[in-house]
Design a protein around this ligand. Structure first.
Ligand SMILES: [Fe+2]
Length: 281
């Protein structure tokens, strides 16, 4: 098929679109056409120079080179420019309007979290920090409680490290797999998570530094709810007393996901060995 000889600058975009128009997959045609139109418009709007073009391609190549079995720099880049959150909100939780808005899975989920009884602890080795008692209810879109939902929970420690980043924590510390009861409820005992930096030794770190941005995620607990017949819910609940909630490096803090972590300085603790302050929903 002939696409035509390019006579002038304005010919480039339509010529490329024509060349791609024969794809059999209609969705591929739609997505790639939009991609090329916007990429070309981006170059025009930014008046992209050749040096900047080279820099951009080098950045992309470095993203690939920084990606390995245990780290995905591509996801980190999409996160750091808000692209992941945008797609997540477009695809889940009525565009972010419902209480169970989805959030990013992130890089720290692990399969085979230890089964944990409702009310049990996910603290599997001594982990100093304020104690936290979490009670949750899982409901369907009509608000009806959902029993037998398998829920993975995972979080960073009170110093901001996941167990697989920290030799002082036991394997699977601050991780658990719970099941909702007949009332759609599950509960567990833990310690209050802290925020943590995303990796900054790759090209995304260079970008953050050039933009005078900090690398911190705000404190949160991750949840993954699974029940056959329902869409799996991946979400996070943020600690509401984090003073920098409004500046999550990956833009994951949406209003619906800010939790209610109540601090208790007095009163009867929920277990005999708990010291003040403790936190509960
Ligand atoms: Fe996280």
């Amino acid at each position: 098929m002939s696409n035509g000889i390019i006579e002038k600058l304005e010919d480039v975009t339509p010529t490329v679109l024509r060349a791609m128009s024969a794809a059999d997959d209609a969705r591929l045609r739609t997505v790639m056409e939009a991609f090329v139109r916007h990429m070309h418009a981006f170059a025009r709007e930014a008046k992209l120079t050749e040096a900047e073009y080279d820099l951009g391609l080098d950045f992309l190549n470095r993203i690939g080179q920084a990606t390995n079995d245990s780290h995905n720099e591509g996801i980190l880049f999409a996160d750091a420019i808000g692209f992941s959150t945008l797609v997540c909100l477009m695809s889940n939780g009525a565009a972010g309007a419902t209480e169970t808005a989805a959030a990013l899975l992130g890089p720290f989920w692990r399969a085979n979290s230890p089964r944990t009884m409702n009310g049990g602890s996910i603290v599997r080795s001594p982990t100093p920090g304020p104690e936290l008692f979490v009670e949750c209810e899982v409901v369907d879109v009509a608000g009806k409680p959902l029993a037998n939902v398998e829920v993975d929970v995972w979080q960073s420690s009170p110093v901001g490290l996941y167990e697989n980043q920290d030799a002082t924590q036991a394997d699977m510390n601050l991780r658990g797999k719970l099941t909702t009861d007949a009332f759609g409820r599950f509960s567990f005992r833990s310690v209050k998570p802290a925020g943590y930096p995303v990796p900054t030794n790759g090209p995304v770190g260079d970008l953050l530094r050039a933009q005078n941005r900090h690398p911190y995620r705000r404190a949160h607990i991750h949840f993954l709810g699974f029940r056959p017949g329902y869409k799996t819910l991946v979400t996070q609940i943020f600690v509401d007393d984090d003073e920098h909630l409004e500046s999550d490096v990956v833009f994951g803090v949406t209003r619906a996901l800010v939790g209610d972590y109540r601090r208790h300085d007095h009163g009867k603790p929920p277990a005999a060995d708990v010291r003040v302050p403790w936190y509960s929903p």
